[in-house]
Design a protein around this ligand. Structure first.
Ligand code: AHR
Length: 503
């Protein structure tokens, strides 16, 4: 068996493991809303139509913040369509997903859902087909206590108290030619700066996210961020990043190293933001809102879109995630944690049905996809301070990312409870012995080793018939001897190693 070494010391602190790193995303797309979180008439639906089974799974997933209502959808959306009596709401064409939007679910339904789910809402405004005024109107409707036309309309529509939304995205992926209202970096930067300045005049307590690139492969990547931030740096709190990793080409070695790409992406966005800060003499460091990330069999999207005409809530990109995909998701979470000093918000895309950890059948059950598990366990155990780790690891060659380490790790130390959690991915097709040196953290004993291993059945998925085929299992509890131990990380696996205070 090959070996790797890792020494952990609480002195190497990166920063707090912000709960906002465990965000998710609900877009009016496919069956994420309709048939996902909301399905009036379903046996599990409450009086409003919210599916209680999906709410329960959302809470179990440990989601902290949820971005809404898009995505590409928001770039043609009129938020006013989704408020007021449901029977009066207009049916509209949604150009982003070639769908008919009924608007039965809107702002109030989302806020009620977010409250029930115990998550913080993160709203996106439409800067595709709309502008500063509409963004201000939505903000006033949502956050102003009362005594104005829009805030009183909210109260009339059933919400006496303001929604108090703290996080706002200034549009979505406006660098993308597919986006309704696509813009150049200068056009978007000017609009975003004006919207941001006005929105903070209306409510100075909010935090704003400017759109970064749709992915690192965009031809405009980095120059987009630089130009947008030249316009917006002083007015915004975050720059967004989006990325999806597509397993469709069957190149498993590269897929397993996707986190290397995410890591480089973050480093490059940070460098670009810091360049603008230096140029404009800003002391404040900008953070990243990594508000769309996941594994996505993107090659299948076109077939989904070609298959039909204008319909309501069709099944769109309902990928069945494999055990390997779950290992990749676990590794992407490790990467986000490792950058906890500069990534302040992150949202996995999406929450239900659409490339999602939660799957449902209309009128039927809800179940956990393979990728549910690394998210839920990371959200549960990554509490405290994120520690920098420098593993010594064997390496392997990938087509997409060159020579990469087999082992990827991050550690989180909870000073209050004294617990230490190590998250570790073995990307190789053979088992790996991890030699851990924890002498820097006194009084620890091994508590458990959970693994989600894909080596035996890489293409296993969770289905309605077999909802628990891919689940984490417990291996031997690590035994520390004078602060050191060895653990076996199975081939292609994502692992949680927990250590607590000695009894
Ligand atoms: O999450 C699916 C889509 O991917 C989002 O609508 C868009 O922002 C991204 O391109």
């Amino acid at each position: 068996m090959r070996t790797a070494q890792l020494t952990i010391d609480p002195a190497f602190a990166i920063g707090p493991a912000d709960r906002r790193l465990f965000g998710s995303f609900v877009e009016h797309m496919g069956r994420c809303v309709y048939g996902g979180i909301y399905e009036p008439g379903h046996p599990e639906a409450d009086a409003l139509g919210l599916r209680r089974d999906v709410l329960e799974l959302t809470r179990e997933l440990g989601v902290s913040v949820v971005r809404y209502p898009g995505g590409n959808f928001v770039s043609g959306y009129r938020w006013e369509d989704g408020v007021g009596p449901v029977g009066d709401r207009p049916r509209r064409l949604d150009l982003a997903w070639k769908t008919v939007e009924t608007n039965a679910f809107g702002l109030h339904e989302f806020m009620t859902w977010a409250n029930e789910a115990g998550v913080e809402p993160m709203m996106a405004v439409n800067l595709g087909t709309r502008g500063v005024q509409e963004a201000l109107d939505l903000l006033e409707y949502s956050n102003h206590p009362g005594g104005t036309h829009l805030s009183d309309q909210r109260r009339k529509n059933g919400a006496e108290d303001p929604f108090g939304v703290r996080l706002w995205c200034l549009g979505n992926e406006l660098d993308g030619p597919w986006q309704v209202g696509h813009k150049t970096a200068d056009e978007y930067g000017r609009l975003a700066a004006e919207a941001a300045r006005a929105m903070k005049m209306s409510d100075p307590s909010i935090s704003l996210v400017a759109c970064g690139s749709s992915n690192r492969r965009m031809p405009t990547f980095a120059s987009w961020e630089a130009t947008v931030l030249e316009h917006t740096y002083e007015h915004v709190d975050y720059i967004s990043a989006h990325t999806y990793y597509d397993p469709s080409d069957g190149d498993r070695a590269s897929l397993l190293a996707s986190a290397v790409d995410m890591d480089n992406f973050i480093t490059e966005v940070v460098a670009t933001a810091d360049h603008v800060a230096a140029k404009q003499r800003h002391r404040r460091k900008l953070k990243i809102s990594f508000d769309e990330w996941n594994v996505w069999y993107e090659a299948r999207l076109q077939a989904d879109l070609d298959r039909r005409g204008w319909v309501e809530a069709p099944a769109l990109i309902e990928d069945d995630f494999t055990a390997v995909d779950a290992v990749v998701v676990g590794d992407l979470l490790i990467t986000l944690l490792r950058h906890a000093d500069r990534v302040g918000v992150a949202a996995q895309a999406q929450l239900a049905n659409v490339i999602a950890p939660i799957r449902t059948r209309n009128g039927g059950p809800a179940w956990r996809q393979s990728i549910f598990h690394p998210f839920a366990l990371t959200a549960r155990y990554a509490r405290g301070t994120v520690l920098r780790t420098e593993p010594v690891s064997p390496r392997y060659e990938t087509k997409k990312y060159g020579d990469v380490p087999v082992l990827d790790t991050v550690a989180v130390h909870d000073e209050e409870t004294g617990e230490l959690t190590v998250f570790a991915v073995n990307r190789s097709e053979t088992d790996l012995e991890l030699q851990l040196d924890l002498r820097g953290v006194s009084g620890l004993s091994g508590q458990c080793h959970l693994t989600l291993a894909a080596g035996d059945d890489p293409s296993a998925t969770n289905t309605e018939a077999e909802p628990d085929k891919v689940t984490p299992r417990e291996l031997n509890t690590p035994t520390l001897d004078a602060g050191r131990c060895s653990v076996r990380l199975p081939a292609v696996s994502w692992n949680v190693l927990r250590f607590g205070n000695r009894p």
